[in-house]
Design a protein around this ligand. Structure first.
Ligand code: GSH
Length: 203
């Protein structure tokens, strides 16, 4: 019997979109429950960790985005095929998580001078470091344009998702390889269709 999945996340991409992309590419049916901010205080107490995303599988709730991504990667064959490849897929996801953290910190910074300084640091330090390691991973572990192995994994979707959310100034500085990867993942039939039809949201 197939499992019933419900993804609970806010009406945005944030930490939820990678999970949506995994459902989309694997053509797995799921309910995309978008929690409105007004409903969040009541919903929060029902979640395992007081945070979103959380995934409901057959009426049971599970939390922590990376645990959910790893679980679905195994379920949908979007993980590496051996232990080392899986470690590298995990590394890519943690690298994306670290980059997401500094981007979120900058976005939520209220002090404009501090915000500008944080964005400058991301452009000059965090993003180049992220791209350098991503390029190394492409070279050492990927083939056919994919990051790890010769088919799409959660690492490719995580890279696609974080780069997709960058503003145009940050995107200008991306390496050729990463730009090509964006185009390749964005052209996958299911992903392309999802990008066209997904709700247009602020974050
Ligand atoms: N480590 C957690 C962090 C989750 C998290 O901070 N989620 C944010 C949204 S992206 C949230 O739920 N914020 C509302 C709150 O903390 O009340 C994960 O990766 O799932």
């Amino acid at each position: 019997m197939s499992q019933k999945y419900v993804l609970h996340y806010f009406n945005g991409r944030g930490r939820g979109e990678l999970i949506r992309l995994m459902f989309v590419i694997s053509k797995t049916k799921y309910e995309d429950h978008r929690v409105e901010f007004k409903d969040w205080p009541a919903f929060k107490s029902k979640t395992p960790n007081g945070t979103l995303p959380c995934l409901e599988i057959d009426d049971k709730l599970y939390g922590q985005s990376l645990a959910l991504v790893r679980f679905l990667a195994k379920e949908f064959s979007l993980y590496g095929t051996d232990n080392v490849s899986q470690m590298v897929v995990d590394e890519c996801m943690y690298n994306v998580t670290d980059l997401r953290k500094v981007l979120i910190d900058a976005v939520f910074e209220q002090d404009e001078a501090k915000k500008a300084e944080q964005l400058k640091k991301i452009k000059e330090d965090a993003l180049p470091q992220f791209m350098k390691r991503t390029e190394e991973i492409f070279k050492s572990y990927g083939s056919g344009g994919f990051l790890v192995g010769s088919k799409c994994t959660a690492a490719d979707l995580a890279l696609f998702d974080i780069v997709d959310g960058l503003d145009s100034k940050m995107k200008d500085g991306l390496t050729k390889k990463i730009k090509e990867h964006m185009a390749m993942i964005g052209a996958i039939k299911e992903i392309k269709q999802w990008l066209e039809e997904r709700p247009k949201t602020e974050f």
